[in-house]
Design a protein. Structure first.
Length: 431
């Protein structure tokens, strides 16, 4: 197919997109952006325009688009067998579970595969309740766990009120949002004071609490909020003190995003349950994982079919996704991705520093954030306007309302980071 034919085909896809897909969040831009090619940290639209992907797909493309090594793993597996489920064993599934047990914080040995981060979080909540026999989950405000009925009930902020569900069993405690401290403290002192609110919730709930569910070190869609490591360590201490499980939702933060393989490592915290997705398959295929200790697994393990953990999905542990995830993990190790993220963090800190005049700057690992002063929240009008302005400069960035964040694939070069930061300073600084 020549380029003209390709543009014509995609233009037809855009027309059908607007006619047949759900509105609102179906696209972030006023007009759908039709992407037809990706290579490394770049993508191209149907008009031949090239963009620097600073959004990494949807924060999933960690190693870059069309990585040859990952492509080969997918092709080799599709020529073998493309679909089984956990009803059967397959080699990629077993090998991936072993690798995750080796690298996860606390060496969480038992994995349950799902199709997404949302399902991984849902599974964690279900497993915690079954393992403990308790019904309540404590979640921090400004949290995010996806958009299923359970996830929408657990979120600790109101951006999704129009579609929020009311599944019972969730209690909210303060998060360490130091810039907008819920306790009204000075930012310099707002380190671990929010732990008092969490402890109060645990005391109030008593033995009803099964677990505390957190996004360690970086709360994503709730505002790209970076934590003090002391807070995360304190959450673990409180869970131990009150005899409840700690669920770490590392769907966004896992696989190097915060400068460590897993964000829990910033405070040397070992969760009881770990949720993973996004960069797990380098953005190639949908897959999530809920990993747990053997003690949790054994708590609901039963030969009584009426008590067994009857849970699963049609595409659970799809061998294509597992093969791609294995190749991604191998590349992660061989390419010393964590060292690359360390260099990126230094560049982000220096490059975003001038924007402290228009808001607060937060940096952790390969994530750079500028929270603009003024109207706040996911639905602030400035977000779509800035997104469209970045697009005109051939940058794919998707602000969360008044929060501009930069989270590119690790393949991005130093020169490209410098250029992108220059564009961000120019546009955001003009505000």
């Amino acid at each position: 197919m020549n380029p003209q034919e390709q543009r014509s085909t995609v233009s037809d896809a855009v027309r059908k997109h607007k006619e047949f897909l759900f509105p609102a969040v179906a696209t972030y831009y006023q007009e759908p952006l039709a992407l037809v090619k990706g290579e490394g940290e770049h993508v191209w639209d149907d008009q031949g325009n090239e963009y620097l992907d600073c959004f990494g797909g949807v924060l999933t493309v960690s190693l870059g688009h069309a990585n040859p090594r990952v492509n080969k793993a997918w092709i080799d597996q599709v020529n073998s067998i493309a679909h089984t489920s956990t009803l059967y064993a397959n080699q990629p599934q077993s090998d991936l579970a072993e690798k995750l047990a080796e690298i996860s914080p606390g060496k969480l040995k038992k994995s349950f595969f799902t199709n997404s981060g949302t399902e991984a979080d849902d599974t964690a909540v279900l497993a915690a309740k079954l393992a403990t026999g308790n019904s309540e989950i404590v979640v921090l405000r400004h949290s995010y766990a996806g958009r299923s009925a359970t996830a929408l009930s657990s979120i600790g902020h109101s951006s999704w009120k129009p579609i929020a569900s009311q599944v019972p069993g969730f209690v909210h405690a303060h998060a360490p949002y130091c810039y907008r401290c819920p306790l009204g403290l000075k930012r310099a002192s707002c380190k671990i004071d929010c732990l008092e609110d969490l402890e109060r919730r645990l005391e109030e709930q008593g033995e009803r609490t099964a677990a505390v569910l957190v996004e360690p070190m970086l709360q994503g869609a709730g505002g790209m909020i970076v934590w003090p490591a002391e807070f995360l360590a304190g959450v673990r201490r409180l869970c131990d003190r009150y005899g409840v499980l700690l669920i770490a939702n590392e769907v966004l933060t896992g696989f190097g995003r915060t400068g460590r393989m897993f964000a829990c490592e910033h405070a040397d915290v070992k969760p009881d349950i770990l949720c993973l997705s996004k960069a797990l398959t380098a953005g190639y295929l949908p897959m999530g994982v809920t990993a747990a200790t053997e003690a949790i697994y054994e708590a609901f393990l039963s030969t009584d079919r009426g008590q067994a953990f009857f849970h699963g999905h049609s595409y659970t542990a799809n061998p294509l996704a597992c093969a791609v995830a294995i190749a991604s993990l191998e590349l992660f190790r061989e390419s010393d991705v964590l060292a690359r993220v360390g260099r990126l963090e230094k560049q982000l800190r220096a490059g975003l520093e001038p924007l402290r005049s228009v808001g607060v700057v937060r940096v952790i690992g390969g994530v750079g954030v500028v929270e603009l002063e003024g109207d706040s929240g996911y639905l602030a009008d400035i977000g779509p306007r800035l997104g469209a302005a970045f697009l005109k400069r051939n940058l794919l960035l998707r602000p969360l309302g008044n929060i501009v964040y930069f989270m590119p694939p690790y393949a991005i070069t130093d020169d490209e980071v410098a250029w992108a930061l220059e564009q961000i300073r120019d546009l955001v600084g003009a505000l």
